[in-house]
Design a protein around this ligand. Structure first.
Ligand code: CA
Length: 223
């Protein structure tokens, strides 16, 4: 998933970014409120981690303005201020969850997974698609109980397809997911990538279907 980290503490931002990248997320960082505002256009991110104490424009203001502009991305507020008043204000302004510093990275990662699942209205950390089962927490894909060997990038794209089953995923959306992993994800690169992935999923009988001129999709499994 594409995650924006808005945090002016460079060391903390780097630690979070590196943990999330290890889980195959595509991470962008902003070190101030105004920088975050420039990046926060509709559909740019799947999740925002937002610090409240930021230079120039603070986190509350960033949150208030993005909700005003109808940027609906889920927001996890990170803050050292543990006053209950701040928590309530953040939630009232449209934050989806709250984490008080200092926190442990595994807790942050668990909350990130929960918010992504909630955003996709999925009740558990597993997505089942016919014989395939994706363990989002453990970052593994299984076919009839047997692990499927996939790279982190391939797994991220399988996750994208499974979260949007029955809906078209455009090449651009795939490129956005691969951005940061591979320089210049050209249209051709994506085709080769999807071709390889399709081959790996072949034994499961699940097909990544090409929708001409639009992109790819995996069909909802037959009932
Ligand atoms: Ca701060």
């Amino acid at each position: 998933m594409r995650i924006l980290i808005v945090e002016d503490d460079t060391m903390l931002a780097e630690a979070i970014a590196s943990a999330l990248r290890q889980s195959a997320h595509v991470v962008t960082r902003a070190a101030s409120g105004d920088e975050a505002e420039r990046l926060l256009v509709p559909d740019a991110f799947d999740l925002v981690l937002l610090d409240l104490g930021l230079p120039r424009v603070d986190g509350f203001e960033v949150l208030r303005r993005m909700r005003e502009r109808r940027v609906k991305v889920p927001v996890l507020v990170l803050t050292a201020r543990d006053a209950p008043g701040d928590r309530v204000a953040g939630l009232d302004l449209g934050a989806d969850d709250y984490l008080t510093k200092p926190f442990q990275l595994p807790e942050l990662e668990a909350r990130v997974r929960a918010l992504i699942r909630r955003a996709h209205a999925i009740a558990s950390s597993e997505i089942v698609h016919g014989p395939l089962k994706l363990d989002m927490a453990g970052r593994r894909l299984y076919c009839r109980g047997e692990p499927v060997e996939l790279s982190a990038r391939e797994l991220a794209v399988v996750e994208l397809f499974m979260l949007r089953e029955g809906r078209v995923v455009t090449k651009q959306q795939i490129a956005d997911h691969l951005y940061g992993w591979e320089e210049g994800s050209s249209s051709n690169t994506i085709e080769v990538f999807v071709y390889r992935l399709r081959r790996k999923l072949e034994p499961s009988g699940v097909d990544i279907r090409t929708v001409r001129g639009m992109g790819y999709l995996i069909d909802r499994p037959a009932a």
